[in-house]
Design a protein around this ligand. Structure first.
Ligand code: ARG
Length: 274
């Protein structure tokens, strides 16, 4: 048990309000078009997350939502940004391909000059997670294994490919979260990964926080950390004490309406790494 809390560092995030959020198609097991979505509640929940980031001293940039692109709220999928270099996304499902250009235009108008047009399917930070030493990369449901080599070449960081095997955890960010990107600290749910990937994770992160299935089902791994504060779905009750024991300050958020689209805290948050 640690006696002191860790240090936070200020972050810059890109988010997109769920103005046009709805569940009219199903591209992951969480999406049921027959289940109604409470749009005003979705907006309030999303605003709470945005305001929480700001009150913690982080910068939140906004993407303008477009009608007909209900999944735009999951801004994490639109790109991966490291050292100001932008690997744009290429979506697996046609329902989301029009989001690619919206992100590209945002980065251009925001003054980013190093943009990489992907040759292979990658769903941004849905499947890429940045630690101090590595770029962890999920595959199996969305991002192509070929995108891993492409990312390694563009970012010049060793990519660790991880095989996702449970359709409920279709993106890496539903199964693993980086807690401290200075210290290579992560939390993950082993059941989401193939045996070989599990072994690789155990070797790279022997001290990782291990989440159980109930916390993974509550989307507890879909978290955002600034090195100290960890924002995560409040329903992932089993993770709170484990995080406190490691010197983090967990902050429970309710994004219940956005969970109906198969996303939560992290999915709504793309990190713009300077
Ligand atoms: N409905 C979206 C999809 O299936 C949810 C994306 C969630 N985003 C994430 N980063 N896991 O693509």
């Amino acid at each position: 048990m640690r006696s002191s809390l860790r240090d936070a560092s200020p972050r810059r995030f890109l988010m997109c309000p769920p103005t046009h959020f709805e569940v009219t198609y199903s591209i992951n097991p969480w999406m049921d078009p027959a289940k109604p979505v409470d749009l005003p509640l979705a907006l309030t929940q999303w605003e709470d997350l945005r305001d929480r980031y700001r009150s913690l001293g982080h910068t939140v940039e906004l993407l303008t939502p477009r009608p007909g692109l209900p999944d735009m709220v999951y801004a994490a999928n639109g790109a991966t940004v490291i050292d100001g270099r932008v690997l744009l996304a290429r979506f697996a499902h046609p329902e989301r391909t029009a989001e690619e250009a919206v992100h590209r235009d945002w980065f251009r108008s925001a003054g980013y000059t190093e943009l990489h047009e992907p040759a292979h399917i990658n769903e941004g930070e849905g499947d890429f997670a940045v630690t101090r030493s590595y770029l962890l990369a999920g595959r199996g449901f969305r991002s192509s294994p070929l995108a891993h080599g492409e990312a390694q070449e563009f970012f010049g960081r060793p990519v660790i490919g991880l095989d996702l095997v449970d359709p409920r955890f279709y993106h890496l960010d539903t199964a693993l979260s980086v807690l401290d990107d200075d210290g290579d600290d992560v939390m993950y749910y082993p059941g989401a990964f193939s045996p070989g990937s599990r072994a690789a994770l155990a070797r790279l992160f022997p001290d990782a926080l291990i989440a159980d299935e109930a916390d993974a089902r509550a989307f507890g791994l879909n978290a955002v950390s600034d090195g100290r504060h960890v924002l995560l779905p409040q329903a992932a009750v089993g993770l709170f004490d484990k995080l406190r024991d490691r010197g983090y300050e967990p902050i429970g958020m309710d994004l219940g309406e956005l969970l109906k689209g198969g996303g939560s805290v992290k999915c709504c948050t793309q990190e713009l790494r300077a």
